[in-house]
Design a protein around this ligand. Structure first.
Ligand SMILES: [Fe+2]
Length: 295
């Protein structure tokens, strides 16, 4: 995913074929050799995956399933209060387990009959054009590891909780799935790196961190907010601006902190009209024009 890639732990393949995930010193799992070994195995399996083949299961520990249970319960409570109706509709349709981490193949099998989206395992960084381009073909690249059990409500990197609770619930909605696909088509259509970056920043400020007015309240639909224990509680206090393509495509952000500038759609229709239409039609010229400050 966009720029999150920078915060994914680098994955290296050693000369002997072994795969190593390099966790930073401050990572909660840094000193846990069993966790690190599991991360290496998960990355190795993902690297060995071929599209169309079944996704290999991950051997999560009981402690890791417990992390999912705790986070799932906390987020579920927050969602009922702060998530948009369309996201909750996706959640109901998908019916993710609350007591254990679902395998990615299971998520993919549940999602495909609903909206056609399928999951692909990602070892780590997925190049921007590949990640977004795949959305046009209804494929979502997803990490499989879970955050370290010592801090269940915190993760320095996008883990399976973000990818599945945040994204798969949205991808189970026909309307959100259509927007993800349009973002993918836009990423395929544009040619310059600047245009691709613009398209992906609009994605960031909508499908990752978007908020929406619903019955007079500000609700969240972005996967980044809805998979974060802290951000589901804090987003209403952020700097909330009206939906604005030029601003979204050019506003810088820092993934290491809470997202402090958010963009508000007036409704699902408004989001589809402005952002859906932009992705459906944009090209290098459109994005270049929008990127130039007005006046
Ligand atoms: Fe994401």
């Amino acid at each position: 995913m966009f720029e999150e890639a920078q915060y994914l732990a680098p994955v290296t393949v050693r000369a002997d074929g072994g795969v190593e995930v390099e966790l930073a010193h401050g990572h909660p799992g840094f000193a846990d050799s069993a966790y690190r070994e599991r991360r290496n195995r998960i990355a190795e399996q993902a690297l060995g995956h071929t599209v169309g083949a079944p996704i290999a299961d991950v051997a999560y520990t009981d402690e890791e399933h417990e992390v999912w249970r705790v986070v799932s319960e906390e987020l579920g409570r927050a969602h009922r209060r702060f998530a948009t109706a369309e996201y909750l509709h996706g959640t109901e349709r998908l019916g993710l387990p609350a007591d254990r981490i679902p395998q990615l193949q299971e998520v993919s099998d549940a999602l495909a009959p609903l909206t056609g989206f399928r999951y692909l395992p990602a070892a780590g960084l997925v190049e921007l054009r590949e990640f977004y381009g795949s959305l046009a073909d209804s494929y979502f690249h997803s990490t499989q590891y879970v955050r370290h059990h010592s801090v269940p409500l915190y993760t320095p990197e996008p883990d399976v909780i973000h990818e599945v609770i945040g994204h798969a619930n949205a991808l189970a909605s026909d309307r959100f799935a259509a927007l993800y696909r349009l973002a993918g088509q836009a990423a395929r259509r544009v040619e310059t790196h600047e245009a691709l970056e613009f398209v992906s920043k609009v994605f960031w400020f909508t499908l990752e961190f978007g908020v929406m007015t619903e019955v007079g309240e500000t609700k969240a639909y972005g996967a980044g907010i809805l998979s974060s224990f802290g951000e589901t509680r804090e987003f209403r206090g952020m700097n909330i601006r009206p939906l604005d393509l030029a601003a979204m495509g050019t506003t810088p952000y820092d993934i290491t902190r809470y997202q402090d500038t958010l963009f508000l759609a007036e409704s699902m229709e408004h989001l589809e009209d402005v952002v859906g239409t932009f992705w459906a039609t944009c090209d290098d010229d459109t994005t270049a024009r929008l990127a130039v400050p007005a006046g």
